[in-house]
Design a binder for this molecule. Structure first.
Ligand code: NAI
Ligand code: ISE
Length: 341
């Protein structure tokens, strides 16, 4: 069986996902693409081994009887409309983060999915599929460092010219928001944002770095540095402090070199390389689950929690206060997620 996939948005990650589905993965076939930049959609389609139809817009692509499932990789503010249209058509939809740019938008998606009657939506929080995060989770789940007390995390990128306003939170920190609640099996109750001295190398007006402090229901305190113009590399760090020890997220493997009187290892510079394997696993599982009418990955509920938490972080950035995080009660519908329940 093959899943016939239509892709909305052929920009950076859209092209990356199309390439991996066509060349690295099994049982997925890109049959349709669309982008507001039609030339780019055409160019992308022309690079495929087998022809794909170009649609004038996302709605026509979703409605096509030749498309079984949708992959949304357009700009964040367009996600909600395309996910809602996919649900209305009864088709599985993989939506890149964010699920929607507001918590209300995420609720509309959950309400539509529940009204449809079975899960159709998976959100692109790929770190849950990363081997190093899975190894770290296993250590925690086996109780090898006792109960978790503290987390120190960092999300650093070499430069981010497009990162302005609150995007360090809404675009970058959302990955920590998602992966840490999965890792800790917990949810957040409050957020605070510290704004230290800012680098001169960021886009004008961008406060960079920032430190986000989160508190969880279990009382775990998390500090995350988000520094998107750090210059030296793409560097994701996570250290868990437990009652009996410390656990670190493993570093990506890299050859250790002794040369020129130096002991050195390389640091990656791009998120595409750091999480390449995770994207592969994520999309292969989405294809296989969709063929079985299932959703095993991060759900619309996870997209909603990320949105509410990010909103609180943004509010805290401006208020300078500790802002509470209030989630709506989790619908039983979202407890059926087998893999991440
Ligand atoms: P991009 O700007 O390179 O590509 C987005 C594409 O969407 C553009 O080609 C644009 O023309 C197209 N587009 C915008 N509105 C559209 C519409 N109404 N219909 C069809 N196409 C439309 O952006 P990028 O970096 O590829 O990001 C896309 C999404 O993926 C964002 O939501 C971003 O947050 C997410 N993302 C997720 C990553 C992850 O690690 N999971 C990594 C990078 C991006
Ligand atoms: C980008 O949008 C992503 O989602 C990447 O995974 C993240 O690491 C980067 O900071 C974002 O800009």
């Amino acid at each position: 069986m093959t899943l016939r996939i239509g892709v909305i948005g052929t920009g950076a990650i859209g092209q990356d996902h199309i390439h991996r589905i066509s060349n690295n993965l099994h049982r997925g076939h890109i049959v349709a693409v669309t982008d507001v930049n039609l030339e780019q959609a055409q160019r992308t389609a022309s690079q495929l081994n087998e022809p794909a139809r170009i649609f004038a817009d996302g709605y026509q692509l979703i409605a096509s009887p030749d498309v079984d499932a949708i992959l949304v990789a357009s700009w964040g503010p367009t996600h909600e409309e395309f996910v809602l249209a996919s649900i209305a058509a009864g088709k599985p939809v993989f939506c890149e983060k964010p699920l929607a740019v507001t918590a209300e938008g995420c609720m509309r998606i959950m309400d539509a999915e529940m009204a449809y009657g079975r899960p159709l939506v998976q959100v692109g929080y790929m770190r849950r599929y990363d081997r190093s995060y899975r190894q770290l989770k296993q250590v925690l789940d086996e109780g090898r460092i006792g109960e978790t007390l503290l987390v120190h995390a960092a999300h650093r990128a070499p430069s981010a010219p497009g990162c302005t306003g609150d995007m360090a939170i809404t675009d970058s920190h959302v990955h920590e928001i998602d992966v840490l609640r999965w890792l800790l099996d917990d949810d957040y109750i409050s957020a605070q944002v510290i704004q230290p001295r800012s680098t001169r190398l960021a886009a004008k007006g961008l406060q960079d770095p920032i430190i986000v402090l989160l508190e969880t229901r279990k009382g775990i305190r998390i500090d995350t540095e988000i520094f998107v113009n750090c210059q030296y590399g793409y560097d994701i760090q996570c250290q868990i402090v437990g009652e009996k020890g410390i656990a670190h997220l493993p570093e990506p493997s890299s050859v250790q070199m002794r040369s020129d009187a130096r002991l050195s290892t390389e640091i990656l510079t791009d998120w595409k390389d750091r999480f390449a394997d995770a994207y592969d696993v994520e999309l292969q599982e989405w294809i296989d689950a969709s063929l079985q009418n299932e959703v095993y990955g991060p759900t619309a509920w996870d997209g909603y929690v990320a949105a509410v938490t990010a909103d609180a972080c943004v509010k805290a950035k401006y208020s300078g206060l500790i802002e509470p995080i209030h989630l709506r009660e989790k619908p039983a519908f979202y407890n059926r997620n087998r893999m991440f329940a």
